[in-house]
Design a protein around this ligand. Structure first.
Ligand code: HEC
Ligand code: HEC
Length: 213
């Protein structure tokens, strides 16, 4: 059995078991459980208690913009976001969350303090910085910073990218480029202009973003 399924069964297993207050507090189908309790008892298993996940399978959420977190949890709940790790891990989690719980979860993770992520090679830093700040002018690809903010800090619906795991970013760039699993965003068009190597470089730069140090 895959690691992912085991974790999910662990998270979901407690739903059916007993009625101690800890188990109650982990109940994803109970609209009265406060968001910070869900964040610390459930989301923490994968995203880290402070939103600074270690494994690149799990995106970091610390300091992420509230609007973006609300949008993604809603997209998982309505199945609009359907990339395979999204439905394997997040559809079940988001299914019964209320709008108020989603807002509370977004506030909780937005308030967590991001910690710096691992460094990448100087070569990737230099190539990635170029793309982040200037885009790829000969292909008319817009600079990432124009939407995601000059510090990649995100704003409103534009996610924070600074400090996010390189592998997660590259995976999502390919989802936008090659699939309809995250539809209706400017990223579809932008990623069509990027090569895999350019994605690797800009994602490496973002993981090790200078201001996160
Ligand atoms: C069993 C592991 C697991 C648990 C528990 C979990 N998540 Fe996730 N979450 C994931 C994975 C894996 C992804 C990445 C999905 C993908 O690659 O599309 C993800 C993605 C997300 C995203 C999108 C992030 C982005 O940058 O686009 C948000 C927001 C999120 N989770 C919030 C939560 C919240 C809030 C909880 C608790 C209520 C939670 N997750 C619990 C595994 C988990
Ligand atoms: C015109 C505005 C715009 C530009 C320019 C732009 N983005 Fe985005 N980007 C967005 C929006 C909006 C989203 C949120 C998509 C969603 O809601 O699913 C996003 C999402 C992303 C995500 C998914 C993040 C996650 O946590 O899952 C990545 C990765 C990303 N952008 C990287 C880039 C890179 C790299 C560049 C530059 C090459 C770039 N973006 C340029 C608007 C933009």
């Amino acid at each position: 059995m895959k690691f992912s399924s085991l974790l999910l069964m662990g998270a979901i297993g407690v739903l059916g078991a007993g009625c101690s207050s800890l188990e109650h507090s982990r109940n994803l189908a109970d609209p009265t459980v406060p968001a910070p309790v869900l964040a610390q008892q459930v989301c923490s298993l994968c995203h880290g208690i402070d939103g600074n996940s270690v494994s690149p399978i799990f995106p970091r959420l610390a300091g992420q913009t509230p609007d973006y977190i609300v949008a993604q949890l809603t997209n998982f709940r309505t199945h609009q976001r359907s990339d395979p790790p999204g439905y394997e891990y997040m559809w079940g989690i988001a299914r019964h969350l209320t709008d108020d719980q989603i807002k509370g979860l977004a506030a909780y993770f937005n308030q967590q303090v991001p910690v710096p992520n691992a460094a990448v090679s100087a070569e990737q830093m230099a190539a990635g910085k170029q793309i982040f700040e200037n885009g790829v002018p000969e292909k008319l690809a817009a600079p990432c910073g124009a939407c995601h903010g000059p510090q990649a800090q995100g704003t409103g619906p534009f996610p924070k990218l600074a400090g996010q795991h390189q592998d997660y970013l590259v995976k999502q760039l390919h989802v936008f480029q090659e699939t309809e699993q995250r539809p209706g965003t400017p990223m579809e068009q932008i990623t069509h202009l990027l090569t895999h190597q350019e994605m690797q470089a800009v994602a490496g730069y973002l993981q090790a973003f200078p201001s996160a140090q």
